[in-house]
Design a protein around this ligand. Structure first.
Ligand code: 2OP
Length: 312
């Protein structure tokens, strides 16, 4: 049977995610947005590209202004990108309350029609929004996952590849923690052709890469002025969707609900996860140094603050 993915939110992250899925023929895609016409227009435009790119994926766009998510019924995966974007000078956390209302409404709308779907939450502040989606949906934790670690790790890998003048294919970086300024780029567990980064890059340069990774989202916001990143975020979301639909058992850094792992309980935080057809199939626990553990705790504390505010 053909797979079905709903992408909620027809902005740049949502529409480029839909495009990546259709381009690879991975699944049929339903695009939804609160705006009238926009999702239908983008979905039709995308569909009309399929004879050229030779994809049999079907697309449909619906406006949820009238409140119905019926066309999304029986989705295998629902990607939630809906929400207000970051503006220059605005932190991810400023978005908290406004986007909580958006995510709550979306989750209530979609779960009725797709009670067995896997939710991938992209809306910022992502960790708190994933926690909200988990609570509002009542889904088990393996079916509510947040996207950011793949994005943050890709940014770090980009900077490492450029610093060393090597192929990005050689680089595997790992960023844990919340998707905020306290995220935890793990240099010891990040490698180039299997060689840990501290063996290859001087400390001051490595520190600069860590810092640039932490500020990676803001760097793009400051350049774009009117929106936030979407090419890398949609590529990261696509990698998660593909890992699940193809049951790849792929280990990726994702936000997952922790119940004691890494000493954290009752909170969404970025950790290494195995993704397969059941969604989050395993949280991989790795040994952290005292310093890394303290950094992860600081990052988790920042997420906890947000979660407290919205009572999720
Ligand atoms: C990013 O990191 C906006 O959180 C988004 O690009």
């Amino acid at each position: 049977m053909r797979k079905k993915v709903t992408v909620v939110g027809g902005g740049f992250v949502g529409s480029t995610t839909a495009q990546r899925i259709v381009d690879r023929g991975l699944a049929d895609v339903v695009m939804t947005d609160i705006l009238e016409g926009v999702p239908a227009g983008k979905a039709l435009d995308l569909l009309e590209s399929t004879p050229i790119i030779r994809s049999d994926a079907q697309t449909q766009g619906i406006s949820t202004a009238s409140g119905t998510y019926e066309a999304t019924a029986n989705s295998d995966i629902i990607v939630i990108t809906a929400g207000f974007p970051r503006k220059p000078g605005m932190s991810r956390d400023d978005l908290l309350r406004a986007n909580y209302d958006v995510v709550k409404g979306v989750v209530e709308g979609v779960v009725k029609f797709s009670p067995n779907a896997i939710l991938i939450v992209v809306t910022n502040p992502m960790d708190a929004m994933a926690q909200s989606a988990f609570k509002v949906s009542g889904f088990p934790k393996n079916r509510v996952i947040g996207m950011a670690g793949v994005l943050d790790s890709a940014r770090m890998s980009t900077f490492v590849a450029r610093e060393l003048g090597v192929s990005v294919e050689n680089v595997t970086c790992f960023v844990l923690g919340g998707h905020g300024d306290d995220m935890v780029p793990l240099t010891r567990y990040s490698t180039v052709a299997g060689i840990p980064l501290p063996e290859l890059i001087a400390k001051d340069k490595l520190d600069a890469i860590v810092e640039r990774t932490r500020k990676g989202g803001a760097e793009i916001v400051n350049l774009l002025k009117t929106g936030s990143a979407y090419y890398a975020p949609s590529a990261a979301t696509f990698e998660m969707v593909e890992a699940i639909l193809k049951d790849k058992k792929k280990i990726l850094p994702c936000a997952a609900y922790l119940e004691g792992e890494y000493g954290i309980t009752g909170l969404y935080v970025g950790v290494p996860c195995k993704l397969g057809s059941r969604g989050l199939e395993q949280i991989i626990q790795i040994k952290l140094s005292d310093e890394e553990q303290a950094a992860l705790k600081k990052s988790a504390d920042a997420v906890q603050e947000l979660v407290k505010v919205i009572g999720a």
